[in-house]
Design a protein around this ligand. Sequence first.
Ligand code: PLP
Length: 416
Amino acid sequence: MPKARELFDVQSVRRDFPILAERVNGRPLIWLDNAATTQKPQAVIDRLAYFYAHENSNIHRAAHALAARATEAYEQARATVARFLGASSPEEIVFLRGTTEAINLVARSWGQQQIGEGDEIVVSHLEHHANIVPWHQLAIEKGAKVRVIPVDDRGQILLDAYQRLLNPRTRLVNISQVSNALGTVTPVREVIELAHAAGAKVLVDGAQSVSHLPVDVQTLDADFFVFSGHKVFGPTGIGVLYGKQAVLEAMPPWQGGGNMIADVTFERVLYHKPPGRFEAGTGNIADAVGLATALDYLELIGRERIARYEHELLVYATDALLDIPGLHLIGTADDKASVLSFVLEGHRPSDVGEALSREGIAVRAGHHCAQPILRRFGHEATVRPSLAFYNTHEEIDTLVRALRRLSHRTLSISGR
Ligand code: PLP
């Protein structure tokens, strides 16, 4: 069988991303910080310029031609996101600033209404701070409890322990589909099934999954699904909350202002139905449109092809990293996507990050806004290269050579 790399023209894909031709510190840029943010194809850059050159207006308000163009582009973008996620209707898609804001909306609206004293909110040990802090805040306010799904020593969700956590007080389960710190792909389908059997709703954090795996919210049966545009080759400052229509319709607004109302007097306010009810004020119109272009671009390349290519690249990189003396991978789940977290004996993660940067290689070094899971493995920080479909086997070779040199230096100093 031909290898995925032979079926995937990565050089042609790379030409779509102008920033990949940059040089930093005299070397070609190697962008391996995709879990933090992804680079943008020319199509997205062009779409933003086109919007401001030909369509820019506020939306939903005026009778003039540009308002109609901008509204059409924005609502078309909503329909594109709905299709991308497999939602049953564009009305299930709320545009927000990003994953963080989407989770806060659910906590402030659904959570305020549905969580009471003694109720339980479940999060997995893998979660990003964005999927911990809002629940912690809500739990304190309401006298509710946050309970944690544990992971095994490879960073995999322990489904049995999770099942034992569920009880009639469990109202909501929050889980990342892909962990940003370890790369673990979690069994969200099973997690959702078990939660529903216990009468709880589920929020899936898709910030790290949508750029790597095909997602279908209806097949998953997720109640909420959230992601950020900038992590899926779209602009910053735009993100998405998907919610099942019936769930969104029962939720109160979380912010008040223009755009989200049907009628206002000083005595009473009538709100729009979702999604408008949750989009108070002037939103990020151009970037919503740019996000839709990013999703169209991704679909053109093919999410299955991307997943196959990236998986092969991840296996290649994993094998090569494991062969470096003194390097320890953190997170070795059977099912992983994109992320390779590691520590290198004798080097602080920040020093490794700086040494790699001098060679043009961008990786994240730190706690990745996921302190609980790093501490579960006894670390305050790791080095985290993270892949996207425009990365190449040659780039991995360059990374590995640079790490080998660092590793050699320590071993010769320590006399090993
Ligand atoms: N959830 C996960 C799994 C993430 O990786 C991130 C960002 O790194 C977030 C949430 C927060 O995303 P944003 O900062 O775009 O709101």
